[in-house]
Each structure stands twice: as C-alpha cells, then as structure tokens.
Design a protein around this ligand. Structure first.
Ligand SMILES: C[S@@+](CC[C@H](N)C(=O)[O-])C[C@H]1O[C@@H](n2cnc3c(N)ncnc32)[C@H](O)[C@@H]1O
Length: 288
C-alpha cells in the first residue's frame, strides 16, 4: 500500500537501498540471515560470521525486552525484511510498517501476509490518520532526516506513547570520521529537546555491536577484494585499453571506494572510537 505523498528518490537513497537489497540477498543466500541489522554479541556467542544469525536474534530479544507494558500498537519504521514486525505480531502486538524499498517491502509482505499493513514510502513522506502506542526505529533512524523523523513521530504517537530508537550515531570526535553512517549524537540531543519526549531509558550497546565490524572487514578483505581484483584482471586480459580508460575516468570515485572499503578501517576499534550504538526509549508527554 502506498502511504505517502511522494517517493523522492535521490542518488544517495537509491544507493543505500541497493546496498541493503544486495546485503539481504547475499546474507540470506550465503549465511541464512533473515535480518538486516547488526548482531548483539553476548558473552556466550563466539564472534564468527557463522554465528551472526544468533547475534541478530539476540538483538531482537534485546529490543523486545525494552517495549514498555501497555503498548499494543507499533509502527515499525524501516521494517527491512519484516522479521522484527513478524516477531512482534506473534507476540500479540498490532504492527504496521514503513518501507521505502519495493524489494524489501515485497519480502516483508511475504512474511507478514495480511497481518500487517506496510506503507511503501519514506517515513518523511508518510501520511496516515492512524496513531500508535510505539514508533520503532530498529537501525533505520540513521537513514531518516532527524527533524522529520521526530516531528512525524510526535504526530503519529498516541498521548503517552513511546519512541524507541536502536541505532548507530556518530560520536563527537574532531577531525575526519573514517567511517560513514549515523546522525551526530550531539545534534540528536539538541533536537530532541525541542519535542515533547521524556527520556525513559538510554543504553549504550557499542561494545556488544562492535564485533560486527571485524566480521564485515574480514569479508571485504578476504572475499570482496580478491573477487574484484580477479574480475579486473579478467577484464584487462580482454579489454586492456578500455579498462585503462575507465580507471582513469573514474579514478576519483574508485579511489574513494577503495579507501572506504579496502583500507582496513572498518574495524571494531574504529567503530568504538567514532561511533556509538544506542538504545533510546522516550515517552511522549502531554502537549506543552
Ligand atoms: C539496516 S535496515 C534495518 C531493517 C530492519 N529494521 C531490521 O532491523 O532488520 C534499514 C531499513 O531502513 C529503511 N529505510 C531507509 N531509509 C528510510 C526512510 N527514509 N524511511 C523509512 N525507512 C527507511 C530501509 O529500507 C531498511 O529497511
């Protein structure tokens, strides 16, 4: 169902969506992963790519354990493959979802059937008369304009309803951040003050989520980079001049991509230095 006015696709949003789609296809096919979020690594789960699905299940348990009593209806913003929404539905919550990606919406739709309505739009564009007891951003807040995300949440929440965000933020480190992604935490604090939300709970889960980065880095180093290099060698053997030209023409873009993905900077150490993974639970107060 289309729930928004417009679906404004920019180059950036398209590349993010494509990245998430590729992640979901490869994750499902090679590792039987059903979720699109990080894993929450507890002491008893060995950090190994083969255990990522277990850590992802722990992440969902962690989220669910922070849903306050009395919540009955939930809007799952950026529902990905629909797994979290499905779990919530099975637990007895009435869930509706937002997904701007037709591919992910279809996948979530297969899992949710008629149990949950999925609005196919960016959250910034969502229009509905429905109101919810909780709006959930499960690793989706970072992709959404903060001002819009908070003002829409204020609008869509019932009085006394809850906002739950579990996501990556950027720390307040001076200088260039070597890893992309996440809203700046200080900006978030400044902005949320302007809304009628009272903080109920804030838990820093950076330590428990950081190991994902080492796994990601390992895949880039040992799978993606050798495959890309082999592909380039093959192409060069057939089209040496064309490859030389393309390398020259797109040198800035490729340099940037190599720097971002193949210079070994996506590590848990850097994640802990530059990012912070936070759970925030806010309660909507009576209008001031
Ligand atoms: C990392 S995935 C997380 C998916 C899911 N919540 C989970 O925990 O597995 C990010 C999700 O945010 C969605 N998303 C990205 N930009 C969005 C926007 N502007 N409005 C709503 N959802 C958005 C993506 O389509 C994707 O489903």
């Amino acid at each position: 169902m289309k729930g928004g006015r417009t679906i404004k696709k920019t180059k950036k949003s398209i590349s993010r969506e494509v990245g998430l789609e590729v992640g979901s296809i490869c994750g499902k096919y090679f590792l039987k992963l059903e979720h699109l979020h990080y894993g929450y690594w507890t002491d008893d789960i060995k950090v190994d790519i083969a255990n990522l699905h277990l850590a992802q299940d722990e992440y969902v348990k962690f989220i669910v354990s922070h849903i306050p009593d009395g919540v009955k209806t939930i809007l799952d913003v950026g529902c990905g493959t629909g797994q979290v929404a499905r779990k919530l539905f099975d637990m007895g919550y009435k869930v509706e979802c937002v997904s701007p990606s037709p591919f992910l919406k279809e996948r979530a739709g297969e899992l949710l059937g008629n149990s949950s309505r999925i609005f196919e739009c960016f959250y910034e564009d969502l229009q509905t008369a429905n109101r919810y007891d909780m709006v959930l951003f499960c690793e989706s807040f970072q992709y959404i304009d903060m001002q819009q995300a908070l003002s829409n949440t204020d609008k869509f929440l019932n009085r006394g309803g809850y906002l739950l965000i579990c996501d990556i933020f950027r720390g307040d480190i001076k200088g260039k951040d070597v890893m992309s992604g996440g809203h700046r935490l200080t900006k978030f604090y400044d902005l949320i003050k302007k809304f009628p939300f009272r903080l109920i709970e804030n838990i820093d889960i950076t330590e428990a989520t950081a190991p994902n980065l080492d796994l990601f880095n390992d895949v880039l180093e040992n799978v993606v980079r050798p495959v890309v290099n082999a592909g380039l060698r093959f192409f060069e053997s057939r089209h040496r001049i064309a490859l030389k030209f393309l390398k020259w023409k797109y040198r800035r873009k490729t340099d940037k991509l190599y720097k971002k993905y193949f210079e070994g900077e996506n590590t848990s150490k850097n994640f802990k230095k530059y990012k912070s993974y936070q759970l925030f639970l806010y309660k909507k107060e009576v209008q001031r």
